[in-house]
Design a protein around this ligand. Structure first.
Ligand code: ZN
Ligand code: ZN
Length: 352
């Protein structure tokens, strides 16, 4: 695939990313700040929280993980911008993942800010972070993995793989549900929400048409592509959702993309085209695996694909993500008649 490399709009931020450090708090433009909030033990290292100055205080896009270190970094970043945590009036959360939503509850406690989330992600809050509900979630994940052909010996390990990070989120309920096309009504901002499901069912981007900005969350990033996977809390065909939502943002008139990770950049359309081509390539690779076999389980298909490192050296929770991502591609192919599922334990996948 031809490599398309975006132009960073902050050289300092890109240099920090590639140098393995945390970037500085930056004024992106008048009235808008970027505050990196560290994520512990994660190769992404930080979430870029955006601080939008309004007449009566500030609004945040995303919040960070629920750790003291993250909270302190957010407070310190706000101070650089000339604000206190008590000035936060709103926390617009792009999606429910702990690196974005985790700290929202604590910010609300300190400031009285309202928290906004898309209804499709709001629905998942209880199940993800409530002790009683988690058991059934893990059981459904286990059943899904079994149908994928995950070896029985590793089923339990994989099914519970993300449970250790639960404490990094407070199970705060949102105060406002933000729907596709909603105008946020922040003073001084013509901010509009765009529902971009795929990476999570309720992922939101925010756009300012007058400033030609896109707050892209995890939907579009400079270098990496977000995980789009089938799991108990995904939609039935998340890759179709994701590709549709990519087309939707591509149509926007945007000069600068403000993502939640890595660094901000120009050339939204070029980046979207590249990500779409990446998925096309992946789909073709999976079709190749199906054509070369007389039926494989999803897990077997995953082990035959190329990953950033050999399958044997991929840790358990990432193998689960790899399996569930493969399933998202298989389901997409099935919906297009390019693959067929023979139901069983496990399901067998054959060419369509
Ligand atoms: Zn995410
Ligand atoms: Zn993220």
């Amino acid at each position: 695939m031809a490599k398309f490399v975006v132009t960073p709009s902050s050289e300092e931020q890109r240099a920090a990313w590639t140098g393995g450090t945390i970037p500085e708090v930056e004024r992106v433009r008048p009235g808008l700040w970027s505050v990196p909030v560290p994520i512990p033990i994660n190769p992404l290292r930080y979430v870029l929280v955006y601080v939008l100055e309004c007449d009566d205080g500030v609004a945040l896009v995303d919040a960070g993980w629920n750790t003291d270190e993250a909270y302190d970094a957010l407070v310190a970043g706000l101070a650089v911008a000339g604000y206190a945590i008590t000035d936060v009036k709103a926390v617009l959360v792009t999606h429910i993942h702990p690196d974005h939503y985790g700290l929202a509850g604590r910010v609300r406690e300190a400031s009285g800010a309202w928290i906004g989330l898309h209804p499709a992600d709001a629905e998942l809050v209880h199940e993800r972070y409530d002790e009683a509900a988690i058991e059934s979630l893990v059981a459904r994940e286990r059943a899904l993995l079994a149908r994928c052909g995950v070896p029985p010996a590793t089923l339990d390990e994989l099914a519970g793989a993300s449970m250790m990070i639960r404490h990094l989120v407070s199970a705060a309920k949102p105060d406002r549900l933000i729907e596709d096309g909603d105008r946020l009504g922040l003073p001084g901002w013509d901010l509009r929400a765009l529902w971009t499901p795929g990476h999570s069912p309720g992922h939101l981007c925010f756009t300012s048409p007058s400033r030609k900005l896109l707050f892209s969350g995890d939907h579009v990033l400079a270098r990496i592509t977000p995980i789009v996977a089938v799991h108990p809390q995904s939609g039935p065909n998340p890759l179709a959702d994701y590709l549709g939502a990519l087309a939707a943002v591509r149509a926007l008139d945007v000069e600068e993309v403000l993502p939640a990770h890595e660094y901000r950049f120009l050339e939204l359309a070029g980046r979207v085209d590249h990500v779409m081509a990446h998925h096309e390539e992946r789909l073709a690779e999976i079709e190749g695996v199906l054509a070369a076999s007389d039926g494989v389980s999803c897990w077997e298909a995953a082990t035959r694909l190329t990953w950033s490192r050999p399958w044997e050296s991929i840790p358990a929770f990432m193998r689960r993500a790899a399996n569930n991502e493969t399933l998202a591609h298989l389901v997409w192919l099935e919906a297009r008649g390019r693959a067929r599922r023979e139901p069983g334990e496990p399901d067998r996948w054959v060419s369509g």
